[in-house]
Design a protein around this ligand. Structure first.
Ligand SMILES: CC(C)(COP(=O)(O)OP(=O)(O)OC[C@H]1O[C@@H](n2cnc3c(N)ncnc32)[C@H](O)[C@@H]1OP(=O)(O)O)[C@@H](O)C(=O)NCCC(=O)NCCS
Length: 174
């Protein structure tokens, strides 16, 4: 009897890389998905695009990273991280923001790969603490971060809009 071999192609592996300006539309789309969940934030694609361009500028200076997960030709996830100086730590801390995996690609390890890369970047940048804000109604995200060793503390997030403009926003951010 002839043995027939069926070749089943494995699904392409996700790769993590720094974002390029050509990813902007995909990244804005991912942020819109994220802010549909985090309803404290208003969806405004032009502001998100501006914020991403500013972050990419900081990434070139080494004080931020914008990372994407790519499968085949598709951008299926993103995360951003930026540094602040912590007097408590006496060192730089990393703020993680905008972690989102495209719906349909979740629960297949892509969020973990993005966070592994953030942690790698943070070590290289001399960051001694990583921190983030999460919506307290977003159980999947809280479970995800809990699994990665993040814990709550006693601090709460307060905010007020500022009347002052960021001078960086007056300049072109290409
Ligand atoms: C949160 C998010 C980024 C996680 O990314 P992901 O690629 O789905 O996560 P992973 O597949 O790497 O999951 C790793 C582990 O986290 C936990 N986890 C992830 N999603 C979970 C869920 N929906 N429910 C419970 N635990 C979950 C599990 O322990 C999981 O391991 P397991 O699959 O072996 O059980 C993704 O769900 C997402 O994009 N959500 C919408 C946007 C969002 O809420 N972002 C966070 C903003 S603070």
């Amino acid at each position: 009897m002839n043995e027939r071999k069926f070749l089943v192609s494995a699904p392409p592996k996700p790769s993590i890389r720094p974002a390029r300006i050509s990813d902007l539309a995909d990244l804005v789309d991912l942020l819109c998905q994220l802010f549909t969940i985090e309803t404290d934030f208003i969806i405004d694609p032009s502001r998100h695009a501006r914020g991403l361009r500013l972050l990419m500028r900081h990434a070139r200076r080494g004080t931020a990273a914008v990372l994407v997960a790519q499968v085949g030709e598709d951008v299926v996830g993103m995360v951003t991280v930026q540094t602040v100086i912590s007097t408590a730590e006496g060192a730089r801390s990393g703020w993680i923001e905008d972690l989102v995996v495209r719906d349909g690609w979740r629960r297949s390890g892509i969020g973990s790969l993005l966070m592994d890369e953030v942690e790698h970047w943070a070590r290289d940048a001399g960051v001694t603490r990583l921190q983030l804000l999460a919506d307290n109604r977003n159980k999947p995200a809280l479970d995800f971060y809990n699994r990665r060793g993040f814990s709550r503390n006693h601090m709460v997030f307060l905010r007020r809009a500022s009347e002052h403009k960021d001078p960086d926003c007056d300049r072109s951010v290409d």
